[in-house]
Design a protein around this ligand. Structure first.
Ligand code: SAM
Length: 371
């Protein structure tokens, strides 16, 4: 137990903060096991490692409908699906939305062997966009041709969920073949020869299809996905809203497009996005968000809490970020009578903000609960 500067007390478990244990702890454990199937995309701020803690918190609260407003890699929305909740997953990035459509909204479609054969078949009329635009940047010519070919064959799939499964698999394959999973660097400088980099794009794709097929399960009726700025979502009523916005670090930026522009482009074949051709990485124009700046983050959190004030709010935030815990508590108390904080020690494995040194990466991950 640690006594915070503002006098608030931080606890390590939900029981300590007075939340009741889940009425069905076995169900929670099983949901955690199911969530472990979720393919691991190296994604900045992913809650993959925190899933047991989040499951414990969710398991202690009474709710049926839930919005995951910043779904990112999709792992939390998938956990909530596994817990039997009616889930709305949202993120303003298209590749996040495709992954969530394949895994959270998808009520049971998988890619069959025939589907995969149709996707892999050489297509003489295939587009050459990736081969031409990204030649010599990230992948071999053959790997680029493979991506173009599968995209050109996507129309052969007869179902939108199968299409999302195929796009999610392309995204995972491309992420695995890029050192550190981020597209801020070009060339093979960080190629340490590990298996993920030695496998061809086709081999990675086939592995990814298997992994995503394994995630497919029916869920509660009404699971759905949107791709929208959080403030443009209609003011629907949810029993609980999970908020995991980007954290504003003291230094560096938290831009997702800068790191994942290739995956974002791949999810829509660069349709309706602006490529900045003068950049070395051929990145796309970044998406502006209130959650990226020190001078807008407090207002952004305040607006977020106001928007979802009728729901139980569960918020993830990091101790290493701006604003500090006490400010978030005060903001939440404007809208919620009771606010609890669970602090989970967490070491970020993600290679961002490396320049600040190892010690700075050992932070607490806060889970605020406002009721
Ligand atoms: C910390 S990540 C979420 C991680 C996710 N919970 C997971 O476990 O993978 C933050 C997400 O917020 C999204 N985002 C940023 N600003 C947004 C906005 N204004 N509206 C919707 N999504 C936004 C980013 O695309 C990113 O996926």
């Amino acid at each position: 137990m640690d006594r915070g500067e503002a006098g608030s007390i931080l606890y390590q478990t939900t029981l300590d903060v007075g939340l009741q244990p889940g009425c069905d702890p076995c169900g929670v454990e099983q949901a955690v096991r199911i969530a472990r199937r979720f393919p691991r995309l190296r994604y900045m701020g992913s809650k993959y490692k925190l899933i047991p803690h989040l499951a414990e918190v969710f398991g202690s609260l009474q709710f049926k409908t839930v919005l995951d407003a910043f779904s990112g890699s999709g792992v939390v929305a998938y956990l909530l699906k596994a817990m039997g909740k009616t889930v709305h997953a949202n993120d303003f990035l298209r590749f996040s939305a495709e992954v969530a459509r394949a895994t959270v909204e998808n009520p049971g479609r998988t890619l069959t062997e025939a589907d995969v054969r149709a996707l892999l078949e050489p297509n003489p009329a295939r587009s050459h966009f990736i081969e031409d635009t990204f030649d010599g940047l990230y992948f071999s010519r053959q790997d680029n041709q493979f991506l173009d070919n599968v995209w050109s064959n996507l129309g052969r799939l007869d179902d939108p969920y199968k299409r999302s499964l195929a796009i999610a698999s392309l995204v995972l394959a491309a992420a695995k073949k890029q050192p550190r999973g981020v597209f801020t660097v070009v060339g093979r400088r960080y190629d340490d020869g590990r298996l993920d980099l030695r496998l061809s794009m086709q081999e990675q794709f086939l592995r990814a299809v298997k992994m995503y097929n394994r995630t497919v399960m029916p869920g509660a009726p009404g699971n759905r996905v949107t791709c929208s700025d959080v403030f443009d979502l209609p003011d629907d009523r949810y029993d609980l809203v999970y908020l995991d916005p980007p954290y504003v670090p003291p230094r560096d930026d938290n831009c997702y497009i800068k790191r994942y522009h290739f995956l974002e482009g791949l999810a829509c074949y660069w349709k309706d996005v602006k490529i900045l051709y003068n950049t070395r990485t051929k990145k796309i124009e970044k998406k502006w968000t209130l959650f990226s700046y020190k001078h807008t983050i407090v207002d952004a959190l305040d607006r977020l809490f106001a928007k979802f004030s009728r729901s139980i709010i569960v918020l993830s935030y990091s101790s290493n970020s701006i604003p500090p815990r006490e400010v978030i508590m005060d903001l939440l108390r404007r809208y919620k009578k009771t606010v609890h904080v669970v602090a989970v020690p967490h070491r970020y494995s993600f290679g961002t903000h490396q320049h600040v040194g190892v010690g700075r990466n050992e932070v607490s991950e806060y889970i605020f609960v406002g009721m």
